[in-house]
Ligand binder design. Structure first.
Ligand SMILES: O=C(CO)[C@@H](O)[C@H](O)[C@H](O)[C@H](O)COP(=O)(O)O
Ligand SMILES: [Zn+2]
Length: 184
């Protein structure tokens, strides 16, 4: 099966991202330890990743622990339609970042192209307000690279493969954050 072989090859190549995956997890656990929160944003399949990962933090991933502060900016249909309708779709995340965020929060942008305008604006807003920024991207990383303290670029051009790698990285973050926060 060529597809499966190519898939395995991609996941083998993710090894190279290991140090940055760990750095991003440390940034997130430091954020949570300091009483700040994680905010996630993305479109389409990446929006689903955002709410999936936020739920791992507020609910549980694999270990029993207190809930962790994470919010997906992709789930409030009233906010998304109000901001989209009144200000433009480009601002659906940046206005939520400005309204809900505080300095020291960590904003995570997920975009396979790294070029979705609403994600870029959300990251720029986060930086302007003193939040840290983490990106999950693909292809050449896109414009997102410049707006992130840490941007993990999955070395592939196919959106579906990039998304599969993103959720793998997201689950790895959940495991690492739990480990860091539960460590004695
Ligand atoms: O899931 C898929 C395709 O697999 C789509 O919903 C996809 O997420 C959407 O086309 C997004 O709008 C793509 O945006 P991005 O990943 O480039 O930021
Ligand atoms: Zn999960």
């Amino acid at each position: 099966m060529d597809g499966l072989r190519a898939h395995r090859a991609l996941f083998d190549r993710l090894d190279a991202l290991g140090p940055d995956i760990a750095r991003a997890a440390t940034l997130m656990s430091d954020t949570l330890r300091a009483g700040r929160k994680l905010m996630l944003m993305g479109n389409g399949g990446s929006a689903a990743d955002c709410q999936h990962l936020a739920a791992e933090f507020t609910g549980r991933f694999s270990r029993e622990r207190a809930p962790l502060a994470a919010v997906a900016l992709t789930t409030d249909s009233s906010a998304l339609t109000c901001i989209g309708n009144d200000y433009g779709f480009d601002q659906v995340f940046s206005r939520q970042v400005a309204g809900l965020g505080a300095p020291g929060d960590c904003v995570i942008g997920i975009s396979t192209s790294g070029n979705s305008p609403n994600v870029l604006r959300g990251l720029a807003q986060a930086r302007q307000l003193g939040m840290t920024t983490v990106g999950l991207s693909g292809r050449d990383g896109g414009a997102m690279r410049e707006l992130c303290d840490l941007c993990l670029v999955v070395p592939h051009t196919d959106t579906a493969r990039i998304q599969e790698a993103h959720i793998f990285i997201g689950h790895t973050w959940c495991a690492l954050v739990e480990q860091a926060l539960l460590a004695p």
